[in-house]
Design a binder for this molecule. Sequence first.
Ligand SMILES: Nc1ncnc2c1ncn2[C@@H]1O[C@H](COP(=O)(O)OP(=O)(O)OP(=O)(O)O)[C@@H](O)[C@H]1O
Length: 682
Amino acid sequence: MPAITDSVQFVKGIGPKKVKLFEKLHISTLQDALETYPRDYEDRTQITRIADIADEDRYAVRAILGTEPKVSRIRKGMTLVKCTIFDESGSLGVTWFNQPYITAQLRVGQEYLFYGRVQGFGRARQMISPQAEKVAENDQNPGRIVPVYPLTAGLTQRDMARVTEAALDAVPGDWPDPLPEVLRVKYRLPDAADALAAIHRPKNREDVNEARRRMVFEELFLLCCGLQQLRERRRADSGILFRGDRLEEFFAALPFAPTGAQRRAIMEIAADCASGRPMNRLVQGDVGSGKTVVAAALCALAAQNGWQAAFMAPTEILAAQHAETLSPMLGKLGLTCTLLTGSMTAAQKRAALAAIESGAANVVVGTHALIQQSVVFHRLGAVIADEQHRFGVAQRAALSAKGEMPHVLVMSATPIPRTLALIMYGDLDVSILDETPPGRSPVETYAVGENMRRRITAFIEKQLAAGGQVYVVCPLVEDGEGDSRLKSAEQHAKDLQAQLPHRRVAVLHGRMKNAEKDAVMRDFAAQKYDILVATTVIEVGVDVPNANLMVVEDADRFGLSQLHQLRGRVGRGTRQSYCVFFGADKGATARERLKILCKTNDGFEIARADLSQRGPGDFFGRRQHGLPALHVADLSADLALMQNAREEAEALLAADPSLSGWPLLKERVHRMFAERDDEAFN
Ligand SMILES: Nc1ncnc2c1ncn2[C@@H]1O[C@H](COP(=O)(O)OP(=O)(O)OP(=O)(O)O)[C@@H](O)[C@H]1O
């Protein structure tokens, strides 16, 4: 009997060649095989009588081989094997492509369970290349749920099944379980050994679901334990002390009264910074909720305490905009704000760098240029990363490394459910801005088709005549790139200019030089243009309160959260604002998705819908969140389990912070986090 730690080479039928192939799948030992989960299952429990086969689909048929399988060669190297099978209800033709060896495995008169796709109708109907498994004479229920494993060329499902079968047989009776038993009982989860058996050798669907639930819980629980430990470890560090006694001066310097949510978030920040521990906080807010003010408060707080603050924005346009917003507020408090971006001239950069190094710059706003080596801070006390899901954990850490344990504030404009935020940004505390500044009415949103084109152009003109400004967003920069059916910003700007000759139309896209982009943005904000035709470079953060109409061309091409971000560029002032999505005539799915946006202005609700449609991978960008890779849990679908896992992890660690009473759990958590390539967490 092989041991679970043995190499797969000891499994019958697995030669040295296959051993190499298994290695490609990261499987060397039986245990590795056990930990390689099926990517899907085929349900062969529903057995269909031949006479009951209706549509073209996959079927499991219990039938007797009626005719000797006949091999024929059709083209060069191409073989067919044909035969007929029958049950008590009728007969069916079967064809295998390029599997001449199948004949050796089949015997006329023997009963098999055939599983495969049925194609064609009437006399032409046949089953294509089915799997055939012998049925024992008295077997009442030969159907089963069959795991489908990830493969590599040269390996078959049968090879995988052989190895996992051997692995399951090698699982010892005292197989250790990292999950505390109290939790297994509380959440009715199967133990580790039973779950593995059910995953690889399920009796029914229910079995698989239960096992999966356990695996997901385990994975999330390990994840939450690790994140909680990271958070605790940070808490042990000593942080710079900022006194908050001059915050009222900051509030007084604002051109408006802060919303309740802004004030709350700022107070949370002030409390963190006065706690003696470094702050690590995420501020999440829907579009237009006024996150910049919260960042500004931290800048003021740092500077009032004699420290510098660095504010990192995802684009040059945004960096410039933030600097422009912050300068007057900080100026009133006698503080300076310096901009540093890649496209500044050498002389400008030199001056900025000198001010940063001498400490003359109280607050520094910039792009990722801030993390370059040449940037040396005099006394960096606070770091703000405006993530807009573009920055990674590593960049944040690189900026922090320019000071000694500065306070860190992360701002995200992608609203996600709180439970998810607590995991995605697992080592951060979370503040949520769930209130928009007063006087805003929701953006009226319409999803339209091409038949509305002329009316929309007239509507653009109407808004301009009333003193508003208009954004038009296109998926492409210029004609000739990508899909020719999509609108390009350059061509569309020309068309609009021709239709509205007395209006001033500008173009903005990512291929323009930064200085050009800046100039266009600034001129649009100064109302020197009426219409800005742009690509999604304006998606994030752009703030021109006078603009009150957003038109998105080919809106069916964008994600829901992205469209919500785009829509967020209007409705930022007191003017009634509108948003028009073209693309509602591109099919039912497109129409349904766009309708979600017409129904609600709530970013959290939209994010939930987006998440369930796309999955968190696409939603957040690949691994940019810096979490360890998850193998079974789906962050968008397993929210309820996630909540439980998090609470339990917190409770367990509160009682036993180093997990010393749970050595196996401790080791698994360690292993999970060690796999992660992100240096910031190591
Ligand atoms: N309390 C407030 N009262 C009135 N106006 C406010 C208030 N807070 C912010 N604003 C204004 O609201 C607009 C949006 O603020 P800001 O740019 O900070 O939003 P944001 O949260 O960054 O949104 P987005 O993520 O969409 O860019 C700005 O024009 C800002 O001046």
